[in-house]
Design a protein around this ligand. Structure first.
Ligand SMILES: [Zn+2]
Ligand SMILES: [Zn+2]
Length: 170
């Protein structure tokens, strides 16, 4: 399955390159391209955050054999949660991922290396959902659920064997 990484202007080019080159097998880098549509209509003034469901709707549906993931710098929410790292419909073949919570302000000691590792893991996570995977019980699998940035660090930027086999069979 090929991956198209769309990115808004507030995502550093180095992050896009890193996410692209670090894609978890069996995902294959396809292309990276700027996302030019405005997300201003998805902004919620009351929460001062962007509505993840509305942002996800703005991501174009890919052609057969592809997954589209939009990387954004802005903070995302869903109504029941304070924030989300990202959002995808399971099997919907498109997703959105925010950089904003991967390095919380209070974690000033987080290195660039650790941040890029978290990015690779959560890119794999959202693309896994987009490809049809649900959360995985294996603690190190990229598809294990993470609610806090530090819990992302317990995972690998890769799928466990069964998740990998499920994606490959799509
Ligand atoms: Zn998830
Ligand atoms: Zn797994």
């Amino acid at each position: 399955m090929k991956v198209r990484l769309l990115h808004t202007g507030d995502v550093p080019p180095g992050h896009v390159r890193s996410a692209f080159s670090g894609l978890a097998p069996p995902l294959v880098p396809g292309e990276a391209m700027p996302f030019r549509a405005s997300l201003s209509a998805t902004y919620d003034r009351t929460r001062a955050q962007y509505d993840a469901f509305s942002v996800l709707e703005a991501v174009p549906s890919p052609e057969a054999g592809w997954l589209n993931l939009l990387l954004v710098g802005v903070d995302l929410f869903v109504p029941a949660l304070t924030y989300v790292f990202g959002l995808s419909h399971v099997g919907g073949r498109r997703g959105v991922l925010s950089l904003s919570r991967l390095k919380p302000p209070e974690e000033s000691a987080v290195s660039e290396e650790l941040l890029l590792r978290r990015l690779a893991i959560e890119v794999a996570h959202e693309l896994g959902h987009a490809a049809g995977l649900v959360h995985c019980a294996v603690g190190e699998c990229a598809m294990h659920r993470s609610l806090w940035p530090e819990s992302i660090d317990l995972k690998n930027p890769a799928y466990c064997l069964s998740c990998r086999a499920l994606i490959a069979s799509e």
